[in-house]
Design a protein around this ligand. Structure first.
Ligand SMILES: [Zn+2]
Length: 431
């Protein structure tokens, strides 16, 4: 995954968190230098995988909301659980999710938190070392549940404060995004103001769009517009916007997304588990849309595994369009450069190129499921590889996973904290 998609036998030299060179280094010189070396012979070095739609605040809800439609999933489980969150549970949820992501080779995420305690999630992200653009969820419409609804002014002022506090911190590794939940949760004035704020701060707007026909009907009834056109009319379109799902998009909506270079984030597992449908990704790519991938939240997946999403993204299109739809190379691009674009970071991450941030994953494809070895490497990564094949992970030049073990936090402590908080949340939400 360099600019020319070459696969080379090389050393990757990293200095001050950036890729300094890709090529053969003289072994004698390396031996005499003060370089820290990670032996990767026989292994695959990939750019870190990017998931452009995640809800870390929902990691503790895993297994608590199976087999429900999106509307019931939200109203009966997710909203009561989110309303029950405290600083401690948001922190524990973020640590658990980020640990799973890093161990599985995801180095960067676009994350939608809940309405409150987003600072605690940023604290976790800072500590664990993942690259993240995260934002507080915005819900100001009168139809929202009382436990999460906020006034438009409070939603906006809290967002602006969080952005001022966190955007560009940890050496640029952490960024803020403005995150209206979805059009039916937000008033028109909020959406317009969010678009202005994102422009002012140079931040991404991260929301859900066109996930189910019910959602489309609500937006049509309330605004008179198709949802993608409505979001466009309030300024939520263009390279600064990342719209998760876009399952129910017609030709006009696809053309509009492509025309404005709006980012679509494909979440195949979530779309299947909630029965939402299959997003027409090959049609969107053919129209010139920008597309990334994401696992969405733990309760609608139930994993946060980029390898599972890549494989599924390729497979689900094939019964509909034929086995040549969405080949492996295109999928790998969605999970790297596509996600980087959705985060507005395509000049910084998503490929192994000199000058880019050193966000790297080292894969061991020597397991029987990924052999024999003299076959197409990209096919082995997309169709055969698993999260457990990840050996080392580097974010911003920092080794965060070494030999399959998390280096930046104690996994046992994360698990203990997550379980204690999950129990408290379930009691508090009456589940
Ligand atoms: Zn989502």
């Amino acid at each position: 995954m360099d600019g020319a998609r070459r696969i080379v036998d090389a050393d990757v030299l990293v200095e001050d968190g950036r890729i300094k060179s890709v090529g053969r280094l003289d072994r004698g010189t390396v031996g005499r230098s003060k370089l820290t070396t990670i032996a990767c012979s026989g292994l695959i070095v990939l750019p870190g995988l990017v998931q452009a739609h995640i809800h870390l605040c929902q990691t503790l809800f895993r297994g608590l909301a199976d087999d429900l439609t999106l509307e019931n999933w939200l109203a009966q489980r997710i909203w009561p659980l989110e309303a029950a969150h405290t600083e401690d549970s948001v922190y524990a949820s973020a640590m658990l999710g980020a640990a799973e992501l890093l161990l599985g080779g995801t180095t960067a995420i676009l994350d939608m938190e809940t309405v409150r305690h987003t600072g605690a999630a940023f604290g976790a992200l800072e500590e664990i070392g993942i690259r993240a653009t995260a934002g507080k969820c915005l819900m100001d419409a009168p139809s929202n549940p009382v436990g999460l609804r906020e006034s438009t002014d409070k939603a906006l002022s809290d967002s602006a404060d969080l952005c001022a506090r966190w955007h560009g911190t940890a050496g640029g590794r952490l960024r803020y995004c403005f995150a209206p939940r979805f059009a039916p949760s937000c008033t028109g004035p909020l959406l317009r103001a969010v678009s202005d704020l994102a422009e002012k701060f140079g931040a991404v707007v991260h929301t859900h769009a066109a996930e189910t026909p019910v959602e489309l009907e609500i937006v049509k009834r309330e605004t008179g517009h198709d949802e993608i056109a409505y979001l466009d009319s309030v300024g939520i379109s263009g390279p600064r916007a990342a719209l998760a799902h876009c399952v129910w998009v017609d030709k006009d909506a696809i053309a509009r997304l492509a025309r404005h270079a709006t980012n679509v984030v494909h979440c195949p597992s979530s779309n299947l588990k909630l029965g939402s449908g299959i997003a027409p990704i090959p049609e969107m790519l053919a129209a010139g849309c920008r597309v990334g991938i994401g696992a969405d939240g733990a309760p609608c997946n139930n994993r946060l595994d980029a390898f599972a999403e890549m494989r599924l993204a390729a497979l689900i299109q094939k019964p509909r369009l034929g086995p040549d739809a969405l080949p492996a190379a295109q999928v790998l691009e969605l999970a790297t450069l596509g996600g980087a674009r959705a985060m507005g970071l395509e000049k910084e991450i998503g490929s192994i190129e000199v000058g880019k941030c050193a966000d790297l994953v080292v894969l061991d494809l020597n397991g029987p499921h990924a052999q024999p070895e003299d076959t197409d490497l990209v096919s082995r990564i997309v169709y055969s590889a698993m999260a457990t094949d990840v050996r080392h992970v580097i974010v911003d030049g920092q080794v965060v996973v070494k030999d399959g073990a998390l280096k930046t936090a104690d996994l046992k402590e994360i698990r203990t904290g997550a379980n204690a908080q999950a129990r408290r949340l379930r009691r508090s939400a009456g589940l």
